[in-house]
Design a protein around this ligand. Structure first.
Ligand code: KIV
Length: 272
């Protein structure tokens, strides 16, 4: 069921391609646990990404680099059991697919077999096309990730927008085409100029899901903890906030502490 109460069909990779063909925008958000995954699914989001952003927004780390394969399998399984309609995509963490194609296949397989994901995502362009091809041959749907690829933060040196010069724009376009040719079913495009977002979406017949890539792509993804105002560590311009939950939570907790300290909680009605 969607939030509107209408039963809606399970989202598959084919659904997303058909949505692009019809010009229907795709909605995507991240989740890392059962409760949030169920809420997002009930609200009708099309794709739920178990992102390696779990490292920064849940584990309190500075970058996504330290998150492990075991942790990603664990979070995927929590999400996978909760979701009925959305397509569940599991993120391959740093060094789980870069060392060899065999490693990539084994680790992507784990996200499907143990983590209940229905597809995997990996960061990188042309150089990862052979890896994507092998995973797809093995029956594992792959979502690519181009533009700002946070696992390369130590190489980039900052989280500034990518694709700002002609050479990098060309690399991103070449990456999109080669991942599509290798069989990727969709791409995430992160933090690039809006005109490049439009060019990439027009260059490939698979959905391009933007995060800070402007409005002329085939869908949008945000980190749920950013859009709910839960995560305060970092506030990118592209992350529109629909709630200020961190303030709500600290306000509620401080009222609870006041009530306990002042002896007004529990009341007679809240006691046995
Ligand atoms: O890990 C993540 O949350 C992501 C999104 C930012 C696309 O990769």
């Amino acid at each position: 069921m969607s939030a509107s109460g209408k039963a809606s069909a399970k989202v598959t990779t084919a659904t997303l391609r058909a949505m692009k063909a019809r010009g229907e925008r795709i909605t995507a958000l991240t989740a890392y646990d059962h409760l949030f995954a169920a809420l997002l699914d009930r609200a009708g989001v099309d794709v739920i990404l178990v992102g390696d952003s779990v490292a920064t927004v849940v584990q309190g780390r500075d970058t996504t680099v330290p998150v492990t394969m075991e942790q990603m399998v664990y979070h995927c399984e929590l999400v996978g059991r909760a979701v009925q309609r959305a397509l569940v995509v599991g993120d391959l963490p740093f060094l789980s697919y870069q060392v060899s194609v065999e490693d990539a296949l084994r680790n992507a397989g784990r996200l499907l077999k143990e983590g209940l994901a229905e597809a995997v995502k990996l960061e990188g362009g042309v150089e990862f096309a052979p890896t994507v091809r092998r995973l797809v041959e093995a029956g594992i749907p792959v979502m690519g990730h181009l533009g700002l690829t946070p696992q390369s933060i130590h190489q980039f040196g900052s989280y500034k927008a990518r694709g700002q010069d002609d050479a990098e724009q060309q690399r991103i376009l070449d990456g999109a085409r080669s991942l599509r040719d290798a069989g990727a079913f969709a791409l995430v495009l992160e933090k690039v100029p809006a005109n490049l977002g439009a060019l990439v979406a027009a260059a490939v017949d698979i959905p391009v899901i933007g995060i800070g890539a402007g409005p002329q792509v085939d869908g949008q993804i945000l980190v749920t903890h950013d859009m709910l105002g839960l995560f305060e560590g970092f506030r990118p311009r592209f992350a529109r906030r629909y709630l200020e939950l961190a303030q709500e939570v600290t306000g509620a907790v401080s009222r609870y502490c006041d009530d306990v300290r002042g002896g007004t909680f529990p009341s007679a009605d809240e006691s046995y």
